[in-house]
Write a protein that binds this ligand. Structure first.
Ligand SMILES: Nc1nc2c(c(=O)[nH]1)N[C@H]1C(S)=C(S)[C@@H](COP(=O)(O)OP(=O)(O)OC[C@H]3O[C@@H](n4cnc5c(N)ncnc54)[C@H](O)[C@@H]3O)O[C@H]1N2
Ligand code: MOO
Length: 406
């Protein structure tokens, strides 16, 4: 069973959120550069969208007063999108040729799409009488002036940028990007591109962690690789603590003779917690270093990956002032094979999720679940999330899955 010193994922997240400082620095950002930033104040619409009632179809604008089907109406005007219609008027018994997006003239109650008419250049017969307002987009149908169109704490997605552009805004107030330092630790770790000596391996973690953080729009600085030496690590972290909002290391966080992360954090700052009951990812140090927060990820690449997704990303979202984060899509899938496991930690098993021809989801854990096997992530498209206490899951059972794209 889990040791009492291990926090559940939920408790670890609660502790992290409780010490995450709310952002204070803000800046104006041009909308072209605003993707992924978090807005620091409610954004108010300066105008209506659409700015006037407009046609939703190419067709004919008509007034309903006295209108009958089979009646031939003279077409007295043509209205194009962008045309000023403020002085136009449609008289009773007339029709206006109108294009999608064009303003509705006074006197018109509806638009009939041209496919539902018989028409020539100067007359139109309607196949049926439209309802009032049919194919008319009212003024402010999408956005009304003074509406809050984007609320404080929203991370800007492409759809939000379209909203800003649709009301003519070219810039908005956002929180300044957090500064994040990445550090790999270990005498055996070399940068890709360098020559490996016997016993050495390449640094896989830093680039993957940076990739996972890239949608969060933080300013990442790669501090490279620190050797397994308490003094060297202390010097590096002391310096980083004066420069960055968050420092993320990988490796050296367990209990081996060369694992200096926790003792150095203890010495320089405060350890908030050190063990989380998740697999992979049990050794995970979290604490404060001067004004910085610190996350010490486990060295095993899958553990570093999963803890970044499950712990670091939510921490950064809290530090960015993000409100209402869309929760990861979860669902239930039918397990195709039995799973036997050691209870004690909530597990994120890498798995292959398929949609059965009947529409149901089926999921199979990948054969290799070691936290050193990074191909278990690249070959997977979902995690099976197994409760900490579970020992045995039988083929055919419904299990919780989190689909992901690679
Ligand atoms: N006696 C115990 N041993 C271990 C425990 C434990 O509870 N008691 N926990 C195990 C678990 S679980 C994990 S996870 C690892 C975490 O160890 P560390 O964070 O100290 O990581 P290292 O020992 O430095 O490295 C582990 C493994 O990962 C490789 N590594 C490290 N950094 C990188 C990198 N940047 N890129 C690619 N690979 C990296 C390293 O060479 C090791 O093979 O501890 C277990 N041990
Ligand atoms: O937590 Mo470790 O990540 O099981 O390999």
């Amino acid at each position: 069973m889990a040791s009492p010193a291990w926090l559940s994922l939920e408790d670890a997240l609660a502790r992290m959120r409780s010490v995450a400082p709310f952002p204070t620095r803000t800046m104006m950002c041009n909308t072209e550069a605003a993707l992924g930033h978090v807005v620091s104040e409610n954004i108010i619409a300066p105008c209506d969208v659409p700015p006037l009632p407009v046609s939703a179809m190419d067709g004919f604008a008509v007034g309903l007063d006295g209108l009958c089907s089979e009646m031939s109406l003279p077409v007295t005007q043509t209205i194009m999108a962008g045309q000023d219609v403020s002085s136009l008027r449609l008289n009773k018994g007339e029709a206006a040729r109108i294009m999608t997006g064009a303003g509705i003239p006074a006197g018109a109650d509806a638009v009939v799409m041209q496919e539902n008419t018989t028409y020539s250049d100067d007359a139109v017969t309607l196949n049926q009488i439209p309802a009032r307002g049919e194919n008319v987009r009212p003024q402010g149908n999408d956005i009304c002036r003074d509406d809050v169109i984007i609320s404080k704490g929203t991370r800007l997605q492409p759809s939000h940028l379209m909203l800003l552009a649709s009301v003519g805004l070219t810039a908005c107030q956002v929180y300044s990007p957090l500064t994040v330092a990445l550090l790999a630790t270990g005498d055996e770790i070399k940068a890709p591109g360098e020559t490996l000596n016997p016993g050495q391996i390449f640094n896989a973690n830093s680039i993957g962690v940076a990739g996972l953080l890239s949608p969060l729009n933080v300013q990442v600085t790669d501090l490279g690789i620190c050797r397994d030496d308490a003094d060297a690590l202390q010097t590096c972290l002391e310096d980083a603590a004066t420069k960055f909002d968050l420092i993320i290391s990988s490796g050296g966080v367990s209990v081996g003779d060369a694992d200096y992360v926790k003792p150095v954090l203890d010495n320089l700052g405060q350890v908030n917690f050190w063990k989380v009951a998740i697999k992979p990812g049990k050794p995970f140090a979290f604490g404060t270093l001067g004004k910085s927060l610190f996350c010490g990820l486990p060295g095993n690449p899958v553990s570093a990956y999963v803890t970044t997704q499950q712990l670091v990303v939510p921490l950064i979202e809290a530090m960015q002032g993000v409100e209402s984060v869309p929760s990861a899509m979860r669902g239930l899938a039918t397990l195709t094979t039995d799973i036997r496991r050691q209870p004690g930690r909530q597990e994120f098993m890498r798995a292959s999720l398929d949609v059965h021809p009947d529409g149901s989801w089926q999921v199979s854990p990948l054969a290799k679940q070691s936290s050193g096997v990074m191909t278990s992530v690249t070959k997977a498209n979902a995690y099976i999330v197994v409760n900490a206490q579970t020992r045995y899951l039988k083929a055919g059972e419904r299990v919780q899955v989190i689909p992901f794209t690679r």
